[in-house]
Write a protein of this length. Structure first.
Length: 456
């Protein structure tokens, strides 16, 4: 059985067909003319249009289409932001965001007294049910299409966000999409709220786009599971993308970095992805892109999503010409990711990487330019695993740190299995525990990631 990987970029759609031994059997490239669905249709026609009996078991799409639409402020849903807390904030939702994006989303704000404390204690919420339902019905009448719910310490206790979501469904019906912040982010109320609002704004676009992709696959009678790649280099199921399209933001870069490491057969390396007007440099550790720890930013607002740590070097308008100053900038960016001792090999990929890779020298490690270097992002998509993640607060009242970590690992493994991973292949890739700064309490933040192959 084969896997079909599709990299749906801004100017070009690329597809590769891989056999069970990870050998590339076919490559198709088509220029993009009218959007995501049209580009995928073109490569599907060339790849399977002649022989529709081809045994494809999995289709994986990597795209920044939804993120680009968000940054452009196009086809975004109007969002109502529901805040649940003990005190009103003077900082509005999406504070500092790009004006065109904020205008397109047109956030309407509503405050509910409630939420939880750091130890999980809940405040009274029930008495505001009728008021919230009236507000939700009024939102629908004003053209609001989606709701984003954010409660204090909801990564520790999700009950109030779930309760408010239930009330909104009762008042507004199932047609309105609802995003709960605890499903996307961890600590940081404003960052979590921003991620939830941006995700909610994409629901209208993602529903229309994915319906078109589904229709394409049915038209070609392909009996395959459909996946998308997310911003940590792993897979999202079709249903998961419908709920959380914001997770695809930055997936192209993650696919490229991970694909480069796979092409070079390295688990740890520095990646340089060279395209028309810039180069992106990042680090792969353990086969996955290093994630940015803080100051993640989308459309001018801070979020706490998983995003690859990337340094970008811009080229002159003439493109990636080989000049000393250009090579020096790339070298300095590479140095940012190299450890002090035992530096990692350097892998150049990307459509425009050939000339720079040929002249770049790094005397202490190998500089590699693997075969199929223009296909790194498509390879990364085609070979992506499924992941499950736990990143939330635990209260060390009745469990030790070791017991808490074991529980979080089991939750991450179960999360990967729920997303479609084969239980026999799932393992814990990373596990970290952090004390909460400036909070003398028994609360800790635990972050665990488990990965496995898709169950087919």
């Amino acid at each position: 059985m084969y896997r079909l990987g599709i990299d749906a970029g801004r100017t070009q759609t690329t597809a590769i067909l891989m056999d069970p031994q990870d050998k590339i059997m076919a490559i198709v490239k088509e220029p993009v003319t009218t959007g995501l669905v049209a580009g995928i249709a073109q490569v599907l026609e060339r790849m399977v249009g002649v022989d529709r009996s081809m045994p494809i078991e999995k289709i994986i799409i990597g795209t920044d289409f939804f993120g680009e639409a968000l940054l452009a402020g196009k086809r975004l849903a109007k969002v109502a932001a529901i805040r649940i807390g003990q005190a009103r904030s003077t900082i509005p939702p999406l504070y500092g965001g790009v004006g065109s994006v904020r205008s397109a989303i047109a956030v309407d704000e509503f405050f509910l007294y409630g939420g939880h404390e750091i130890d999980g204690r809940a405040h009274e919420l029930e008495w505001q049910q009728d008021e919230l339902k009236r507000y939700a019905r009024a939102c629908i009448e004003r053209g609001v299409e989606s709701f984003a719910i954010t409660g204090t310490f909801s990564p520790l206790a999700q009950g109030h966000e779930a309760q408010v979501a239930s009330w909104i469904r009762e008042a507004a019906g199932d047609a309105s999409a609802i995003t709960m912040s605890h499903e996307l982010g961890s600590l940081g109320f404003l960052e979590r709220e921003n991620a939830a609002i941006l995700n909610a704004s994409l629901t209208k676009l993602v529903q229309a786009s994915l319906a078109g992709v589904k229709e394409l696959i049915d038209r070609y009678h392909i009996q395959a599971k459909l996946f998308f790649t997310q911003n940590d280099g792993s897979l999202l199921s079709y249903d998961a993308v419908l709920r959380h399209p914001i997770r695809t933001f930055g997936s192209h870069i993650s696919n490229c970095f991970r694909g480069a490491s796979l092409l070079a057969r390295l688990q740890d390396c520095v990646i340089v992805d060279v395209f028309e007007d810039a180069a992106r440099i990042g680090l792969v550790e353990g086969g996955f892109p290093k994630e940015k720890r803080r100051n993640q930013n989308i459309a001018g607002v801070r979020v706490n999503l998983q995003m690859p740590d990337v340094t970008e070097v811009r080229f002159p308008s003439s493109g990636p010409v080989v000049r000393d100053e250009c090579l020096e900038e790339i070298h300095q960016a590479i140095q940012r990711f190299q450890p002090r001792f035992d530096p990692y090999p350097i892998v150049f990929v990307g459509e425009k990487s050939e000339r720079i890779a040929a002249v770049y020298k790094y005397p202490w490690v190998d500089v590699l330019h693997p075969q199929h270097f223009p296909l790194a992002s498509t390879v990364g998509a085609c070979m992506a695993p499924i992941s499950g993640r736990v990143d939330r607060i635990f209260w060390l009242e009745e469990m030790s740190r070791e017991e808490t970590m074991d529980l979080a690992k089991q939750e991450a493994i179960h999360s990967a299995v729920r997303e479609g991973a084969d239980p026999q292949t799932v393992f814990v890739q990373t596990a970290e525990i952090f004390p909460l700064s400036y909070m003398p309490s028994k609360a800790v933040r635990v972050s665990v990631k488990a990965i496995g192959d898709a169950l087919l």
